[in-house]
Design a protein around this ligand. Structure first.
Ligand code: CP
Length: 305
């Protein structure tokens, strides 16, 4: 049976993931189809977003569906004290599927448990961002021709980066090797190291953004330091520009290397990298639309052959 909601990438089996990726490839060939005619999708964004919200909304529009929702929770009745449960129950009266981003870890799981319609987690605090992982996996397959036995170097905010946490879980089906590059303050949480240990996934930790970490990689996954998760902004100031990728640092990298980033970037990828054929982050973001079309249709039981 297909999953009812997409809350955590770990809720999806390898078979589920591969089914979505195959469907996304078909949507990339043909994104404009009337598969959601008569359907309404709600996008509830309690936190800011550019790519995730707009790619979900474009995905629905290109499939002939309609979108309701808010991009700023200050315009919703949550500011009057309405609970998340009541908000979800209300919106499920109007919409066939709910896409939600929220600052609280676990909020998407809770929403999926109270909702009579499918819920897609568009990011819950520092926890998970499973649709980002799905588009990351799609992009990795598109650029490498396989998901198997790749070396992924993940750089930056490994503590608060929800895209990192989801990616580790999503890649775990495909025998990866990880290089984790982070300052001490933002190192990968123990639970993800334990997860790798349990799965027999090799990893190395670096505090320097070293040539070894770059040149051994098939995928260089850069991330932004998540300012919004810091309670002490002095701590953020100390680490905000800790690693910056410049074009010349890619000179000895593997032929097949691609540089990915969930975006938005601040300064962690210098603009001189953008023209390098190994820079793939804008195409990666575009792939979000196709993978989200595939995820929505899958959860709604719509045949997207
Ligand atoms: N990658 C990502 O989640 O981007 P947004 O915050 O712009 O949605």
């Amino acid at each position: 049976m297909n999953p009812k909601s997409l809350v955590n990438i770990g809720d999806y089996s390898q078979t589920d993931i591969l089914r979505i990726l195959e469907s996304a490839a078909r949507f990339k060939q043909q994104p404009n189809r009337d598969l959601l005619k008569g359907k309404v999708v709600a996008t509830l964004f309690f936190e800011p977003s550019t790519r995730t919200r707009l790619s979900f909304e474009t995905a629905v529009n290109r499939l002939g569906g309609r979108v309701i929702g808010f991009s700023d929770s200050a315009t919703s009745s949550s500011t009057k004290g309405e609970s998340l449960k009541d908000t979800i129950l209300m919106v499920s009266n109007y919409a066939d599927l709910i896409v939600m981003r929220h600052h609280l870890e676990g909020s998407a799981r809770y929403a999926s448990e109270v909702s009579p319609v499918p819920v897609i987690n568009a990011g819950d605090g520092a926890n998970q961002h499973p649709t980002q992982t799905m588009l990351d996996l799609f992009t990795i397959f598109e650029t490498q021709g396989t998901l198997e036995e790749l070396t992924i170097t993940i750089v930056g905010d490994l503590k608060y980066g929800r895209t990192v946490h989801s990616l580790i879980q999503g890649m775990s089906y495909f025998r990866p090797t990880f290089n984790f590059v982070a300052p001490d303050e933002l190192h990968i949480p123990e639970k993800y190291k334990q997860f790798c240990d349990t799965k027999g996934i090799p990893y190395r930790e670096f505090t320097e953004f070293s040539p070894e970490a770059i040149n051994s990689a098939d995928i260089l996954y850069m991330t932004r330091v998540q300012k919004e998760r810091f309670t002490d902004l002095m701590e953020y100031e100390k680490v905000k520009n800790v690693y910056i990728l410049h074009d010349k640092m890619l000179e000895q990298s593997k032929e097949n290397l691609k540089v990915l980033h969930p975006l938005p970037r601040v300064k962690e990828i210098s603009q001189d990298v953008d023209k390098n054929p190994k820079a793939y982050y804008f195409e990666q973001a575009k792939n979000g639309m196709y993978t989200r079309q595939a995820i929505i249709c899958d959860l709604m039981g719509i045949d997207a052959q």
